[in-house]
Each structure stands twice: as C-alpha cells, then as structure tokens.
Design a protein around this ligand. Structure first.
Ligand SMILES: NC(=O)c1ccc[n+]([C@@H]2O[C@H](COP(=O)([O-])OP(=O)(O)OC[C@H]3O[C@@H](n4cnc5c(N)ncnc54)[C@H](OP(=O)(O)O)[C@@H]3O)[C@@H](O)[C@H]2O)c1
Length: 328
C-alpha cells in the first residue's frame, strides 16, 4: 500500500507541532498508511517533538529531515533526502517562519490600539518595529527563511511532485498581516531597509501560492493561524508578559477579536481543515483564517487576497534569486 505522506516544515514547535498532532489524530496511531515527516532545522528539537507525539500516538510513523530554510545547502540536501525516502508527497506544509527581532512601538501602540483594537489583534499592524538582518550571502534573513527556502524546496522537489500519481497539496502558513502591509516594491522584493520584512514575506508567500496553482500536479493554498502564543510571540514580548495578560487575552477573544486565537491547537485549525478538503474545490485566491468563537471553539473565515501587483514579475524576481543561489 502506498503511504500518504505529510511534510511539515518547522513541525517541532507551535503551530507546526499542533498540526502534526491533529494529523496523527485524524489518521490514528499505528496506521501504517500515513507517514508524517518533520522537516526541522534543529534535529534534537525535532527528536523531542517526535518522541512527544509518539507518547500520544504510539506506533505512528514519524520521520525527521534536517532542513534550515535559510541555508541553500540544507534545502538542497533536504530535498534530496525527501526524494529518496518518499514515493510521493500528499501534503507539503510550508510552515517554518521567523519574525525578525522586533520591539513594540509603545508610542504608536496605545493611540492606535484604542482606535483600532480589532485590527491590532488581527494583524499586529503598525505596533512592531522589525529589524531584519542581511546574511553573508546577501539575502535578507526573513526573505530567505520564510520565502526563498520554501520556494526552492518546491523547485528542488519538482521531479518527485511531477511524476507522482496524485497532486501535491501545498499549504502555506501565511498571516492576516500580509494584506495590510505596504505594497511590495518590485525593485526591492526583499524589503531591505524597511520595517515590515515579516508582512512583506507573507505577501510574497501568498503570491507564490496563487501562482503555483498554474502548475500541473500542484494545488496550493494559504492559511493564517491568527494571533497564537508560541515561541514566535515570546520573541516580541517575554513569556511572563503573556502569562500576566492571559486573562485579558481571553476576555478580548470573547468580546472583541476572533483572530485572537491564543492556542496553537486552534491556530492550526485552518491548515488542518485545508488538508481535509478536495483541493479542486478550494479558492486559490482566498486566505483561510483560523478564528475562535467566544468560548474557544474553532471556526474558519475566508479573506480574499486582492494583490494589485504584477504577480508574474514578482515570480520572475523570486525565480531569479532562486537561480542565483541554488543553480549558480
Ligand atoms: N504565532 C502567531 O501568532 C502567528 C501568526 C501568523 C502566522 N504565524 C506563522 O506561523 C508559522 C509557525 O510559527 P509559530 O507561531 O508556530 O512559531 P514557532 O513556535 O517559533 O515555530 C516556528 C517554527 O519555524 C522554525 N524555523 C524558524 N526558522 C527556521 C529556518 N531557518 N529553517 C527551518 N525552520 C525554521 C522553528 O524552528 P526552531 O524551533 O528551531 O526555532 C519552528 O519550528 C510561522 O510561519 C509564522 O510566521 C504565526
């Protein structure tokens, strides 16, 4: 029997880990027709995550591949390993991501939060100052990690994906914040010198996803988990701060913002939901949003992705960088 294979980048933590747990619950432990692959940059963290998943899903088939999406050699090696290990990929979750070192713009936070609190919890809009860095190879760290590494992974897996009997469903962890970001500057696609590298990277992800649907044997969709307490949010403000405001977050979720999802299990809901649909019936131009009902049960919303930018040019720019760094 051919195994169904799901690969999750950054599956060791936060939303990726919760998604892994959802998938194993769906397919059931000891179900040898399902294989989960955690593609993670840190092998010991991946092993800890795999052991933890095996405690709740004994007998599950979990494989680990080392993948640092910001590192060219690592992406190439991971693609090679995946192509050797698996006959097909049913779901490719492009979830790994980083927010650059950020600080809260307190000066802007209070006036803006009081005038548009829903918007702040949905998108983080204007309250973060991001300091992206440039890597030795000249790429922006956020762009390389969130965008180029994932795009390259798909390109490097092309021969496997194009020859397999079933289509591969790519599911990206994007963000609601992408839609409110400044429009992408085609001449500065990596957002050098800007303060919104994260939102810029998520817009690029959305555009890649839309365009991927033009390829045969691939379906692609994007999802947003909502505001979820993970290692990513702990890098904005320390963990203890989030614990201190925990009761307030639940009150805000109940009365003000359904995008304040809080738990990774709820955050992973849209990604998990997408994986259970027939991809032909999904809207490639919509983002699927995890939302919370007031008492914390999950629900889904759709947000149209109406990017006015020339998507063909965006893809050309990304592809140019892929060729420079991966096919020199
Ligand atoms: N939390 C939110 O509120 C929120 C909202 C919207 C979108 N998202 C998106 O959700 C996704 C998952 O984030 P999370 O909130 O679950 O945070 P998280 O717990 O920090 O998980 C991020 C994952 O990405 C991995 N990662 C980071 N850089 C990597 C690299 N260069 N190569 C490979 N893996 C890398 C991390 O690995 P390590 O464990 O080794 O660091 C970790 O496994 C991200 O794409 C994020 O942008 C999150």
């Amino acid at each position: 029997m051919v195994q169904k294979v799901a690969i999750i980048t950054g599956g060791n933590s936060g939303i990726g880990y919760a998604l892994a747990d959802h998938l194993l619950t769906l397919f059931g432990s000891k179900n040898q027709s399902f294989l989960l692959c955690l593609a993670c940059r840190n092998l010991s963290k991946a092993k800890v995550a795999s052991d933890k998943l095996l405690l709740t899903h004994p007998g599950a088939d979990i494989s680990i591949v080392q993948l640092d999406t910001s590192n060219t050699a690592s992406v190439k090696q991971a693609a090679l390993e995946i192509s050797t290990k698996f006959q097909q990929i049913n779901w490719l979750f492009l979830n790994a991501g980083q927010l650059p070192p950020s600080s809260v713009n307190w000066k802007g936070f209070f006036p803006f939060t009081f005038t548009n609190i829903r918007h702040v919890f949905a998108t983080g809009g204007r309250v973060l100052r991001q300091n992206d860095s440039i890597m030795d190879n000249g790429l922006s760290s956020v762009f390389a990690t969130n965008v180029l590494g994932h795009y390259a992974l798909i390109r490097e897996l092309e021969s496997l994906i194009s020859t397999q009997n079933i289509p591969c469903h790519c599911i990206w962890t994007s963000s609601r914040s992408a839609s409110v970001a400044l429009p992408i500057n085609i001449d500065n696609i990596q957002h050098f010198g800007g303060e919104r590298a994260y939102e810029n990277s998520k817009q690029l992800i959305d555009i890649i996803s839309i365009k991927l649907n033009e390829h045969t044997n691939v379906f692609s969709n994007t999802a947003c988990p909502g505001l979820v307490m993970t290692e990513l949010t702990n890098k904005i403000l320390p963990k203890y701060f989030w614990y201190l405001v925990w009761p307030l977050l639940f009150i805000l979720r109940a009365f003000i913002s359904s995008s304040l999802v809080i738990s990774p299990v709820l955050g992973a809901y849209s990604l998990f939901w997408l994986s259970r649909q027939n991809p032909i019936e999904l809207d490639a131009n919509a983002k699927y949003l995890s939302c919370s009902r007031p008492l914390g049960s999950p629900r889904l919303e759709l947000q149209k992705m109406e990017y006015k930018i020339d998507k063909v040019r965006v893809m050309e720019e990304i592809d140019k960088l892929y060729k420079i760094h991966f096919k020199p």
